[in-house]
Design a protein around this ligand. Structure first.
Ligand code: NBY
Length: 841
C-alpha cells in the first residue's frame, strides 16, 4: 500500500501502460530487443540458445502482464483461493506450452523463421524443469495447467531446488547419476528479492502468563534461515488467466552475526554458514515411494511450509477479515504427507502469535486443509522420530502432542474403554523410538482425505486408514480419480493427432472439454480417417525410432509392435516381470525352426525410467534389461523379430516423444500397489493400447473404454494377501516357464550371473512378494493375445480410435472440478475477455 503511486501521477503511468507483442512484427521486435539488450548480443552472434532465450523472454513479458492482471482481479474480487502445497512440480519445458496456451505458436513459428530459426530447434534448446520424481510431481504440474485453464484462483507453493532429479546415464549397462544443474539460465522465473520470510529452526520454548492468566508459548533462540520467493507464471489455455507458482529458495539470513564474523576475520566460517543455509533448497530427494527420515528432508519440509503459510496468512490479513473467515478465503491442499507440518504451523500461528483459543484455531485449521494420499505401500508412509522433531521444531512437537491428546480424548468419549483403538489411531507410534505418523496427523487435521483412483480410495478405507473411518465416519474419505492435461499430453505431444481429431470434432473445443472426443467414434469406419490415423502413428513411431538410433545405436523397424514401459523403476511396478517375459519370448523364438520363425510378429521392447540411487534391486533390473538387450539385439537368428532397448534419462520431454509412438504400453503393478498411474491415461489418449493388471486407474480406464479394448491379466487385489501367505507358509512352486528363464540367466547367457541373482532369489527363495511367478503365465498368454490382435491391423485401429473417443473422463480438468466442488469450495473467477487477448490455437 505504501508503495502505491499517488493519484496525480497515475495519469503518466496509464499513458505509458506496457503491453506484450500483438502480432508477428511485434514478436520479432521483442526478440531482437531481448537479444540486443537483455542478452547483450547481436545478429552476428545469435546462436539457437540465444534465440531460445530471447523468444522465451518475449513470451515471458506477455505472461507476466497477464499474471499481473489476473492477480489484480483476484485481489479485487477478494475470492477464495486454493493453495496447492507440493514438494514436487515436474513441469518439463515451458516455451512450447506457453506458445500453445497463449495461442501464438503459429505466429512465433513464422517470426522465428523470419529471423533465421526453425521453431522445433528453438524448443529443443530448453532444459526440462525436473523438480519431481514421477507421477506425484507430474500430477501437480497437470493440476496447475487445469487450474489456470479453468480460471480458478490458485497458487502452487514448492521448493526451488538448485538440482532437480538427477540425469541418468547408462554406462556399460549400469545407471550412473549425474547432477542436474538446471538454473544456469531460467527465463521462466522471477526472483522476488523483496518477498522473503525468516524461518526459525532449533531453539527452545519458554512459557509466560498474560494478565488474564493465560499461558503463552514463546519459541526462542535457534537459528534463522531466509526464504526468498521465485515466481513462475502458469498460463491457462485459451484464457488470459495466469496463475502463480511460488518456489522458495534458501539463503543465509543476513544478521549482525555474519558481519561480526566477517569483520573479526572469520571469513571462511561466515561463508560456511551461507552455504549451510543454501543447502536446504539445494537438492530434490530422488526417492519415489520410499521415505528415509533424513534431517535435511525435514528441514526442507518445514522451511517450505513455514514460508508458504507466512505468505498465505500475510495475504489474508490484508483483507482485514475476522479469523473465523479464514477457511472461507483459503483452501490448502496437501500433496501427500510431505507438507503435513503446515497443519501444525497454522495452529501455532493462530494460537501463539495471533492469540486465538485452541478450539477456535483448530476449527479453522481443519476446515482449511485437505489431504491427498498417493500410496498404501508401508515403506512410503512418512514417519518422523519424536527426537528429531523435538530438536528441530520444539514448539511444533508440543502442539502435535496436544493435537493428539485432544483427538484421543474424542475417540475415548466415542469408544469408551477401547484401549487398542487408541493405540492404533494415535498420531504417536509407541516403540523403541517414538515416531510421528504423518498420515494420521494429516487425516486428523483435514476436513477431507482423498485417494487418487477408485480402487485406491477403497483400499485406504479398508486397510491403512480403516480405524479412521470408524472414528470419523466414511464421509471424510473420498475419491478423486487422477487426470492429465490434454493440452500437453495430446495437443503439444501429438499435434497431428490433435489436428485430425479437431477436424472431426469441428473445433479445438475438445481440448477444454475432453468428453467431446466421443464425436470421433462416429468416424471409426471412415476409411480416410482411419488411414490418416495409421499414418500419424507410423510417423510418431519413425520419430521414436530415430531417437532410439541416436541414443542407443540400435536400429528398430517402425513396422514392429512397439511395446513400452516407461516409469520409475520399482519392484512393485514389475519391470522384472516384463524383462522375464522378454527372455521367455526370446527362448521361444530361438526354439522355432527358421521357417516358423519367419511367421512371428516383430516386436520392440522399450524401457525407460530412473532408479533411486540407493535402490539396489532397481539398479539390477536396469542392468539386466541392458544385458538382455545386448544379447538379443546382436543375435542373427532373431534380427528384427525382437529388439530390446533401454532409453536413457526418461523425463517429461522424452515422454512427449515416446507416448505418441507406442502400440502397447505396460502398467503391470502387483494388484493393489499402484495408487492410480497416470501414464496409462497418456498412452491411451495417444492411440496406444495397454496391457495391465486390475490396479489403480487401469480399472476405470477399462470401465470407460470397454473390456475389448484393453489387455488385462493377473491376480486381483483381493487375492494378494492369501497368495503371499501361501508363499511363506505353503509350498511355493515357481511357474515352469519362469524357471526356464531363471536357468537361462543363471547359465550366464546375459553375462554376469552374480549381478542378477538377487532378482531371482527374491522370487524363488524370498517369498515372491510382488507375485511375479503367480502372474507370469497369465502375462505371457496375454502378450500372445496381443500379438494376434496386432496382426489384425484393421481391428487394432478400431480399438485405438474407440478407446481415444472414450477417454474424456481422464482430463485433469474433470479432476480439478471435482476437487473444487467437493473439497475446496472455490469457484472460477469470471474473466473479462478484454483483460487479455489470449485465444487458444
Ligand atoms: O502418485 C504416485 C503413485 O505411485 C501413482 O500411482 C499415482 O498415479 C501418482 C499420482 O497420484 N506417487 C509418487 O509418484 N510418489 C512419489 O514420487 C514420492 C516421492 C517422494 C516420497 C514419496 C513418494 N517421499 O516420501 O519422499
Amino acid at each position: 500500500v505504501e508503495a502505491s503511486i499517488p493519484e496525480p501521477q497515475r495519469e503518466a503511468w496509464l499513458k505509458h501502460q506496457v503491453d506484450g507483442f500483438k502480432d508477428k512484427d511485434g514478436f520479432e521486435r521483442d526478440v531482437v530487443r531481448h537479444v540486443e539488450t537483455t542478452l547483450a548480443r547481436s545478429m552476428f552472434n545469435c546462436d539457437e540458445s540465444a534465440a531460445y532465450s530471447a523468444c522465451s523472454l518475449a513470451f515471458r513479458d506477455r505472461l507476466i502482464l497477464e499474471w499481473n492482471r489476473t492477480q489484480q482481479r483476484q485481489t479485487f474480487t477478494d475470492s477464495k483461493r486454493l493453495y496447492y502445497l507440493s514438494l514436487e512440480f515436474l513441469m518439463g519445458r515451458a516455451l512450447d506450452n506457453a506458445m500453445l496456451n497463449i495461442g501464438q505458436k503459429d505466429l512465433a513459428k513464422a517470426g522465428l523463421a523470419d529471423l533465421g530459426f526453425r521453431i522445433e530447434d528453438i524448443i529443443e534448446q530448453e532444459h526440462d524443469a525436473a523438480l519431481g520424481n514421477g507421477g506425484l510431481g507430474r500430477l501437480a504440474a497437470c493440476f496447475l495447467d487445469s487450474l489456470a485453464s479453468l480460471n480458478y484462483p490458485a497458487w502452487g507453493y514448492g521448493l526451488r531446488y538448485r538440482y532437480g532429479i538427477f540425469k541418468q546415464e547408462i554406462i556399460d549397462g549400469y545407471q550412473v547419476e549425474v547432477p542436474d544443474y538446471w538454473l544456469d539460465f531460467n527465463p521462466w522465473e522471477f526472483p522476488r528479492h523483496d518477498v522473503t520470510v525468516d524461518i526459525q529452526f532449533y531453539g527452545h520454548v519458554n512459557k509466560s502468563t498474560d494478565e488474564s492468566g493465560k499461558t503463552i508459548a514463546h519459541w526462542e533462540g535457534g537459528e534463522t534461515v531466509k526464504a526468498v520467493a521465485y515466481d513462475v507464471p502458469i498460463p491457462g489455455y485459451a484464457t488470459p488467466s495466469t496463475n502463480n507458482l511460488r518456489l522458495w529458495s534458501s539463503k543465509a539470513a543476513s544478521g549482525e552475526f555474519d558481519f561480526q564474523k566477517f569483520n573479526s576475520g572469520e571469513y571462511e566460517s561466515s561463508v560456511a554458514d551461507q552455504q549451510r543455509a543454501e543447502t536446504i533448497s539445494a537438492v530434490l530427494y530422488p526417492n519415489d515411494n520410499l521415505e528415509r527420515g533424513k534431517e535435511l528432508r525435514l528441514k526442507q519440509q518445514y522451511f517450505w511450509v513455514a514460508a508458504s503459510l507466512y505468505d498465505i496468512v500475510r495475504r489474508f490479513k490484508k483483507s482485514k477479515r475476522a479469523w473465523k473467515e479464514f477457511p472461507d478465503q483459503v483452501a490448502i491442499q496437501l500433496n501427500d504427507t510431505h507438507p503435513t507440518l503446515a497443519i501444525v504451523e497454522l495452529q501455532r500461528i493462530l494460537v501463539d502469535l495471533e492469540g486465538l483459543e485452541w478450539d477456535e484455531a483448530w476449527n479453522i485449521v481443519v476446515n482449511t486443509f485437505g489431504y491427498t494420499n498417493h500410496t498404501v505401500l508401508p515403506e512410503a508412509l512418512e514417519k518422523w522420530s519424536v527426537g528429531l522433531i523435538q530438536h528441530l521444531l520444539p514448539r511444533h512437537l508440543q502442539i502435535i502432542y496436544d493435537i493428539n491428546l485432544f483427538f484421543l480424548q474424542t475417540v475415548e468419549r466415542a469408544f469408551p474403554g477401547d484401549r487398542d483403538l487408541l493405540r492404533r489411531v494415535s498420531i504417536i507410534e509407541e516403540g523403541q523410538s517414538k515416531m510421528i505418523r504423518m498420515a494420521f496427523l494429516a487425516i486428523v487435521g483435514s476436513h477431507k482425505v482423498n485417494g487418487v483412483a477408485e480402487l485406491h480410495s477403497d483400499l485406504i478405507k479398508t486397510t491403512i486408514f480403516k480405524d479412521f473411518v470408524t472414528v470419523f465416519g466414511p464421509d471424510k474419505f473420498t475419491n478423486v480419480t487422477n487426470g492429465i492435461t490434454p493440452r500437453r499430453w495430446l495437443h503439444q505431444a501429438n499435434p497431428r493427432l490433435s489436428e485430425l481429431i479437431a477436424s472431426k470434432v469441428g473445433s479445438n473445443d475438445f481440448l477444454t472439454d475432453l468428453t467431446l472426443l466421443n464425436k470421433i467414434e462416429l468416424s471409426v469406419n471412415d476409411p480416410a480417417f482411419r488411414k490418416e490415423w495409421a499414418e500419424i502413428k507410423l510417423a510418431n513411431k519413425l520419430r521414436l525410432a530415430k531417437h532410439i538410433k541416436a541414443s542407443t545405436g540400435v536400429t528398430v523397424s517402425p513396422d514392429a509392435l512397439f511395446d513400452v514401459q516407461v516409469k520409475r523403476i520399482h519392484e512393485y511396478k514389475r519391470q522384472q516381470l516384463n524383462i522375464f517375459g522378454v527372455i521367455h519370448r526370446y527362448l521361444t523364438l530361438k526354439a522355432l525352426s527358421p521357417e516358423e520363425r519367419k511367421k512371428a510378429l516383430p516386436r520392440v521392447s522399450i524401457f525407460g525410467g530412473k532408479a533411486a540411487p540407493g535402490y539396489w534391486m532397481a539398479k539390477q533390473i536396469i542392468h539386466l534389461i541392458n544385458s538382455v538387450g545386448n544379447v538379443i539385439n546382436n543375435d542373427a537368428d532373431i534380427g528384427d523379430l525382437l529388439k530390446v532397448v533401454f532409453l536413457e534419462d526418461y523425463n517429461v520431454s522424452k515422454a512427449e516423444i515416446i507416448t505418441p509412438a507406442s502400440d502397447i504400453s505396460e502398467h503391470i503393478s502387483t494388484a493393489g500397489t499402484e495408487a492410480s498411474g497416470t501414464s496409462n491415461m497418456k498412452f491411451v489418449l495417444n492411440g496406444g493400447l495397454i496391457i495391465g493388471t486390475c490396479d489403480g486407474a487401469n480399472i476405470e480406464i477399462t470401465r470407460e473404454i470397454g473390456e475389448d479394448n484393453i489387455f488385462l491379466f493377473g491376480n486381483l487385489a483381493e487375492d494378494v494377501e492369501d497368495l503371499r501367505h501361501s508363499h511363506t507358509y505353503g509350498s511355493h512352486t515357481i511357474n515352469p516357464d519362469l524357471a526356464k528363464v531363471f536357468e537361462t540367466i543363471e547359465k550366464g547367457t546375459f553375462g554376469d550371473t552374480q549381478d542378477f541373482s538377487g532378482m531371482i532369489t527374491a522370487v524363488r527363495d524370498h517369498g515372491d512378494f510382488y507375485l511375479v511367478s503367480d502372474d507370469f503365465q497369465s502375462y505371457v498368454e496375454t502378450q500372445g493375445v496381443i500379438d494376434e490382435a496386432y496382426r489384425d491391423q484393421e481391428g487394432w485401429i478400431t480399438k485405438c480410435i474407440t478407446s481415444v473417443a472414450r477417454m474424456g473422463f481422464f482430463s485433469s480438468d474433470r479432476c480439478i472440478n471435482e476437487y473444487a466442488e467437493g473439497i475446496w469450495n472455490i469457484e472460477p473467477l469470471a474473466v473479462d475477455k478484454s483483460d487479455g487477448v489470449k485465444k487458444g490455437e
